[in-house]
Write a protein that binds this ligand. Structure first.
Ligand SMILES: *Cc1c(COP(=O)(O)O)cnc(C)c1O
Length: 234
């Protein structure tokens, strides 16, 4: 656990350096701790180190942690693939969903969001590198789908999320992030002031500096907080 708090401290200084290089206040960048495959104890420990936002990919695993940790004030984000028969539980237990990749999923989340809860914050996942095996909207479909989703009553459309192909070099890593930012800016020209997208969920352990340089407002970090994931867990 000492390791974990050291890793979080190191990560915070990376965020600070990256924000300074981008000439942005570091407070503009939310650190989302990706806690898939990690135990409730590890999440609690990360919370002791000051982290409050946690991202989960697998619903059943996530619900156990959400329930075990309900006395802590945590913000749970769903970031994994979404099957349509799982939307109700996602709508009931999370405050954000980053991985909305079909109109139908957004419609179900809106219909199933309990009305005594604040609107569910969502990001649209974009298949920014046009990879056949990856989820996400095609960039060319976004404007149409945004106009539909922006009308759904129990959702708040906050922005875009992407998971580009791995690239080694920082300048190369910036390219898809820059594309995502431009898509966000284009969409914003079509939206009323009250609806403008304020979120870019992009950047992970290996490429968060590049993402922050291109305007990331949420970086999703697992490995560099909790250590390497074992391949069997999950
Ligand atoms: C696992 C995961 C991350 C975190 O990846 P790391 O490389 O461990 O930082 C971020 N986003 C999504 C969608 C993930 O599934």
């Amino acid at each position: 656990m000492q390791d974990q708090s050291n890793r979080i401290a190191a990560l915070r200084s990376r965020l600070k350096v990256a924000a300074a290089e981008a000439q942005r206040p570091v407070s503009e960048v939310t650190l989302l701790a990706v806690s898939k495959t990690r135990t409730s104890e590890q999440v609690t420990q990360a919370n002791v180190s000051g982290l409050t936002s946690f991202g989960e990919n697998y619903l059943q695993e996530a619900l156990k942690k959400v329930s075990a940790l309900k006395t802590l004030i945590l913000d749970w984000h769903f970031i994994g693939p979404i099957q349509s028969n799982k939307t109700r539980q996602i709508a009931e237990h999370f405050s954000w969903v980053h991985s909305v990749d079909r109109l139908k999923i957004a419609q179900r989340l809106s219909a199933q969001r309990p009305t005594n809860m604040p609107p569910l914050n969502i990001c649209l996942q974009v298949n920014i590198d046009d990879e056949p095996t990856k989820a996400g909207f095609e960039p060319s479909d976004l404007l149409t789908v945004v106009s539909e989703i922006a009308r759904l009553p129990n959702l708040r459309l906050r922005g875009l999320m992407a998971m580009p192909e791995a690239r080694k070099d920082k300048q190369e890593q910036r390219i898809p992030f820059r594309q995502l930012r431009k898509l966000r800016d284009e969409i914003n020209q079509s939206l009323d002031n009250s609806q403008k997208l304020d979120t870019l969920s992009m950047g992970m352990s290996a490429d968060l500096e590049a993402a922050i340089l291109e305007g990331a407002t949420i970086v999703r970090v697992g490995t560099d907080i909790f250590g390497p994931r074992s391949t069997t867990a999950g």
